[in-house]
Design a protein around this ligand. Sequence first.
Ligand code: ASP
Ligand code: MG
Length: 479
Amino acid sequence: MKKLLVMKFGGTSMGSAERMRVAAGIIAEKHNQRPLVIVVSAMSKVTDLLLESLRKAEVGDRTAVDSNLDLLLKRHFEACGELFPAGSEECEAATVDTHALVSEFRRIAYGVLMLGERPPRSVDEAIAIGERLSSALLAHHLRATGIQSQAVNGSDIIVTDAVFGNASPNMELTRQKCVTALLPLIEAGTVPVVTGFNGATVDGRPTTLGRGGSDFSASIVASALDAEELWIWTDVDGIMTADPRLVPDVAVLDELTYAEAAELAYNGAKVLHPRTLAPLVAKQIPVWSKNSFAPHKPGTKIVSHFDEPKGARAVTSMSNVALVSMEPANSALSGTRLMARALDALALANTEVLVFTSSSYRQTFCFLIRKEEVTVALEALEANLSIELAHGYLKPIEVDENVGLLAVVGEGMRGIPGLAGRIFTAISRENVNIIAISQGSSELTIGIVVRLDTLDRAVRAVHEECELNKLALTAAKSS
Ligand code: ASP
Ligand code: MG
């Protein structure tokens, strides 16, 4: 749709009545200028609370479930009380909606309590209630301020596969639903407030898109409706050259490419859900990452390409990772076949490989995965290679959890001789030992595995060596 702007407000931007007022102010300003669709997260920490309630329900702790339900009601009633004049029509309607949604959550939580287990489909149905609560509140608030608005449940417009907890969209079916459900609203001047995070299978079973998935919902909707732009409102000034908790002089990047932003997200930068950019690439829909606490700052623009590539752009790190090493014990076992079997097992276990390196002579190889995936990955590896392990063709699989990953990202690193050397020298100057290195032929990212207790030092050294703090000057000039 021509000029359509999709804006997504994250958990902190929806975190209180005051923050919702700010969001509504931003919406009101844009509503005068162009067609809008809003996508929202649950109020901050609500998804955690819902998940924790279900875990408590599973182990039979009814007291904890009830006290969490009280917290949930209190948090949303408090917001209602501050957003609407007591006794007003919208106050009444928002209160009724809040009650109904919390009751829906209670029904599922009590079901889990009774069963003593948490079926994934019921978990997805239950945790999406966080977004349904926040979207209802914001839509009522917009109406109370004179803007026609309607809450829309993501499960009515995003069609996904049945991978509960981490579903993927079927874009064609989703497009049809978005067009049918949202376009008439937009054309009538109504602002749809869509719940982020959730969808449903073709046969209507509720799903969610993975933690932090509201960004992904927003990009799915933007792509489905051929939006002109997607703006993602968060609580930081944009995408930074490093984590500001680790590096004192970080800069906010003025621009990044889709590929760079996706690499940063997959390598641990928290600012965007990793899968957000994929639906936008083909249609070249630009994304802005902006701060709802400082709405007039320019933020970071994510675009399809730069005319002039700009060298290293940012360094990220991940500490919740484990390095798995495998080595044939016998030359009769082909290393290549072993790698194929190992990768096959990892794929079956739905494990994401963050770094993979091998050495050809002894055919040993190692790969980095998330710590929380170690148990399922090992089960899958041991099952797929049980004969080789039992007969001593393969040495026992080693897992080292005392490691961290650092990733340097930038399209402009391609073809620059000496850059990797400078990065390694800077790291070694800090007396940090490099355990594994990976760089693909795209030269977009250099991944470096180091001991966990040296990770932060290494990040600072690389940030300084690549002079990433100087990118602040570019950002400042453009603002
Ligand atoms: N509320 C969901 C979460 O906390 C989705 C999101 O905020 O993006 O994971
Ligand atoms: Mg988020």
